[in-house]
Ligand binder design. Structure first.
Ligand SMILES: C[S@@+](CC[C@H](N)C(=O)[O-])C[C@H]1O[C@@H](n2cnc3c(N)ncnc32)[C@H](O)[C@@H]1O
Length: 247
């Protein structure tokens, strides 16, 4: 039987049924900063990394998968300008999140905000950079594998897939440490023990983190050269940022 549980001061969700609904969309920007350590720092790192792959010429295109309220797309538009190239497409499955993204980013010729399910067959034409922050864990493993293969196939030569995810420790010994460091971080954000546990309950069966090794295997299977063209640019206990370049 499902029941509502507190996940932040005045935000509640059903156990095992976390959804990015209207209520979450309203509070997302505040909640995400309490939930993801160094959120703004990660956004800047991702933005800086895109500079290394975009030349601002031709048909360049950046896709942000799970764009939520549009933070990454907004930073990209500020950095590269609203008139293109490059073009920016933010993709999210949830209308309330996209609504917030539209409010934040505004209407620009270079930007499209699209409602779509990235776990279904999709294509990313002219992809120079594909970013995905804190989203892949919501996609089932088989579909995640297929998505990463599709990203590899669609990326232009020299383009990059940049993603940041919650990851499990590769050595089981460290998993408890990762968890407890993360809970401590959350309590420092003024989240109650009830809210921290409540959030974990709502995410049961929704969030499926993998280890770094498992992501590297998926990247290799998709075609990325994991030995020479994949690296980790961010690590904080259970959070890992990957950059994978297609050659
Ligand atoms: C934690 S939020 C992402 C945060 C955002 N990338 C940022 O940097 O602020 C996860 C987002 O992924 C979206 N999402 C989850 N599953 C999805 C799917 N199958 N297809 C598209 N979007 C999805 C959710 O609606 C939500 O907005």
């Amino acid at each position: 039987m499902s029941q509502k549980t507190t996940v932040d001061h005045d935000l509640e969700q059903e156990s095992g049924e976390w959804t990015f609904d209207e209520e979450v969309a309203q509070q997302f920007d505040d909640h995400v900063r309490k939930s993801i350590p160094l959120y703004s720092h990660i956004q800047s790192q991702v933005l800086n990394l895109t500079d290394w792959f975009l030349q601002s010429e031709g048909d360049e295109h950046v896709y942000d998968l799970g764009c939520a309220t549009g933070t990454t797309i907004d930073l990209l538009v500020d950095r590269y300008g609203p008139t293109a190239p490059p073009k920016f497409t933010g993709i999210d499955i949830q209308a309330p999140m996209l609504e917030k993204a539209r409010e934040r980013v505004g209407d620009h010729p270079s930007v499209s905000l699209v409602q779509a399910d990235i776990s279904t067959q999709m294509s990313f034409p002219n992809a120079t950079v594909v970013t995905s922050l804190f989203t892949l864990s919501f996609v089932r493993e088989e579909q995640r594998k297929r998505l990463i293969s599709q990203i590899y196939d669609d990326l232009e030569h020299g383009g990059a897939f940049i993603f940041v995810e919650k990851t499990r420790a590769s050595a089981p010994f460290f998993q408890d440490i990762w968890n407890e460091e993360y809970w401590d971080f959350k309590s420092r954000q003024d989240l109650s023990a009830e809210a921290i546990l409540g959030k974990a309950r709502t995410l049961r069966g929704q969030l499926r983190p993998l280890t770094v090794d498992e992501y590297e295997s998926m990247l290799a299977e998709a075609g990325f050269d994991v030995e020479r063209r994949v690296d980790i640019f961010y690590k904080w206990y259970p959070w890992t940022g990957f950059v994978a370049r297609k050659t």
